[in-house]
Each structure stands twice: as C-alpha cells, then as structure tokens.
Design a binder for this molecule. Structure first.
Ligand code: GLU
Length: 398
C-alpha cells in the first residue's frame, strides 16, 4: 500500500525557504476589507498615487493598435535596451551598451534573476537592515546565506563603507545596496557610495545596486552607483519604471551590468517569463526617451508629502521618526506602544491598525526590525491627514 506523501515531500526545499511577501500579503488583506466596504487609508504597499503619464499610456495603446502584440526578443527590443542605457548615461554619466541591459517584468524580477545567476549555496550576501522585504527571501531561495548588517536609527539607518567592510568575509559573493532605501528612505553619502563601489571592485564582490528610488532623492543631486564606470565589472544596477513613472502595474524593470551577467540573466528569463509584454516595452521607450518633466513634478509632490506626514506623525505622543532622504516611506518607531496586551509586537499593532482604524501599514518585522511600522506616503495629501488622524485616535486609546 502506498502512503500519501507528506508536505515536506511534496514541496522543494527551496520553496520552504521563503515566505509570502509581506507587502503583497498586506495588499491582499486590504483588498479583502475593501471588498467588504471598508474605507481604508492605504499606507501599505508603496506605489505612486499618480496616474501613469498620458504620453506613456498613449505609446502602449498605439503599440496595441499597431498589433505590436507578439513575442519579442527575451532581453527586450533594441529600442528599449537603447533607451535604458541612454537614460542612465544622460542622468548619471554611465557608459553601458545595449547588450549590457535587460528589460524585465518589474524591478523585482531583475533582482531575482541577478541573485539566481550570481549566488550559489553557501555564498554570503551582505544585506543592510532594515531591508526591503524580498531581498532576504530571494537570497535564501537561491541557497545563499544572508549576512545581516545592522544600521543605527540614531544615524538615520545610513549604510557606511566601514560597516560593509567589516561584514566582508572570504565567502562574500555580493552586497545589496538599496539607496534610497525601502523602508527607511536612507541615502548613502556620495563618499561612502564611492568607497563601497571601490571596495566591491577590489575584493571581487558583486555590488547589486537596487536603485528603484534613484529619482526620488531629496538631498540635492541624484546619485547612482552605476556612474563609477571603472568598477563596472562588479556592478549590477537594478532599476524600475514603477516608482519613477507611476507604472507599478505595468511590471517594467531593468538591469544594467557586465555583458556576461546580463546574458546569463536573459538565459534564465528565456526559461521563465520570456520577454516582458511587447507593448509595455514601447511604453517604456516613451517613458525613458521623452521629457522627464513628469518625474520632477512627482518628486516635488513626494517631498511635500514627506514633510507633511513627518509633521503630522510628530503629533502622536511617543512616536518618533527618522527623516527619510529619499523614496516615499516613513519608518516610525512605535516601541512606546508595544509590549502591551493586544499590541505585543509591531505585527500585532499593524494588524489592529488595519482592522480597528482602517489604516494599512506594514509591520517592521517584515523589514528586519521589531519596533517600527512602515507607511508609504505615496497617497494624496488628504489621505495623509485622514490616516494620521485615525492613527492618533487609535494610539490615544491603546
Ligand atoms: N515598493 C513596494 C513596497 O515595498 C514593492 C512591493 C513589492 O513588490 O513587494 O511596498
């Protein structure tokens, strides 16, 4: 008689090494409540509240009407690869060729594929904390060992070259650098960035630069690690059109890196998604090659929203918050309200905020810290006020 396989026999080891993305789980939970009629203020998954600019939508519609609806080459049509490298060269002084660019189904897939082609079982990958939810799981899925690198809240969670240097061992294969960072909005200083790039290059370590928020820096100049052309051999720039052009649902991302790495990522893509949607590539060309005025306009509004939410959060007794220098998240410390019945952890607090105050947030545990919740302020100014009003009332009763 045969016995039914146990769960551990059904599933591969690697699927057991990851969890459901917390941002996606929160999105699903919020959608459920919304379907039941709840009027939520959504500070959950970060996505611009703006509509995708008209000229980008028009390019996609035009492509569909022109029947540009078939498979394309896996790494992307020549125009989109060219548009990616030209945009980056123009904004950051890099010198990639189109063969050093691949267009992917969202920035997340660029990261996923880069890790899969570079990281082997037991390889160490340095990951600064707090980290965006998916880094840890994607590294673990590949069999890599995550080396968590603590940062200091008093120092704005800023990542320094000294800290990275200390975390390097002979097994270090890669370093993840996400600047501006999600969830804390911290930005690596230009001097540290240069040192980290040089360090990676000299030690033969790959530096994975997650630059999804590269156009949302509020410190003055826009800086990309990809501008250090002499260290190119060890750099992989991971980019996204989601945040820059309000295109989260289009799933449009890219990677820039050494030809061999890009070819390996394209090979992997050829066995999974193949190319991205054909008409999304045409929309991406329009986004990257047209006037960038829309980007500047959205950035200006995000900056106002940041200041507004920081000011409003300061009204909640006991809640403190670092000042983000980029991206569109705040990462308030709510430890004053934790350790109480019904709100032992940030996870419990976020769950209660959702169900009792109808405010969507993501608990800090998802980003590797226990005392915070993350709020995306990519919402309207009215929603910032409404959401914080609800939080104030909720915290007052805790
Ligand atoms: N920027 C989004 C967030 O962190 C990404 C969502 C995701 O793909 O997990 O909320």
């Amino acid at each position: 008689m045969t016995t039914a396989p146990t769960a551990s026999k059904i599933f591969s080891d690697r699927i057991g090494r990851i969890e459901v993305s917390a941002t996606m789980a929160v999105t699903a939970e919020a959608a459920k409540l919304r379907a039941q009629g709840a009027k939520l203020v959504d500070f959950g998954a970060g996505e611009p509240h703006f509509a995708t600019p008209r000229h980008i939508k028009d390019a996609a519609i035009q492509a569909i009407n022109d029947n540009f609806t078939r498979y394309t080459t896996v790494a992307g049509i020549p125009e989109v690869r060219k548009a990616i490298v030209e945009r980056h060269a123009c904004d950051f002084g890099s010198d990639y060729s189109p063969e050093e660019a691949v267009f992917t189904t969202g920035g997340k897939l660029a990261l996923f594929n880069a890790i899969q082609v570079l990281v082997d079982h037991g390889d160490e990958v340095i990951l600064p904390v707090p980290y965006w939810v998916s880094f840890k799981d994607i590294i673990q899925y590949a069999g890599g060992k995550v080396v968590f690198l603590e940062t200091s809240e008093a120092e704005n969670f800023r990542i320094t070259a000294d800290a990275i240097e200390q975390a390097i061992t002979p097994r270090t294969k890669a370093i993840i650098l996400n600047s501006p960072s999600n969830p804390a909005g911290s930005v690596v200083s230009p001097a540290d960035l240069e040192r980290i790039v040089r360090l990676a290059h000299e030690r033969n370590i790959y530096l994975l630069l997650d630059e999804c928020y590269v156009y949302l820096q509020y410190t003055g100049a826009l800086v990309s690690g990809g501008s250090f052309t002499d260290a190119k051999e060890h750099l992989v720039v991971l980019g996204s059109l989601s945040k820059t052009y309000a295109m989260t649902g289009w799933r449009a991302g890219y990677a820039l890196g050494p030809k061999a790495i890009i070819a390996a990522m394209s090979k992997l893509q050829s066995q999974s998604t193949s190319s991205t949607a054909s008409f999304v590539q045409k929309a991406a060309v329009a986004a990257l090659s047209s006037s960038q005025e829309c980007v500047a306009e959205m950035r200006a509004d995000f900056l106002k929203l940041r200041d507004r939410i920081l000011g409003r959060l300061a009204e909640i007794p006991g809640v403190t918050c670092t000042k983000p220098e980029g991206a569109f998240y705040v990462y308030p410390n709510v430890s004053a309200y934790l350790g109480r019945p019904g709100a032992q952890t940030a996870m419990e607090l976020a769950t209660r905020l959702l169900h009792e105050a109808h405010v969507v947030t993501v608990p800090g545990e998802a980003f590797g810290t226990k005392e915070h919740i993350r709020l995306s302020y990519a919402v309207s100014h009215e929603n910032v006020d409404e959401g914080v009003d609800r939080m104030k009332a909720f915290f007052a009763k805790l």
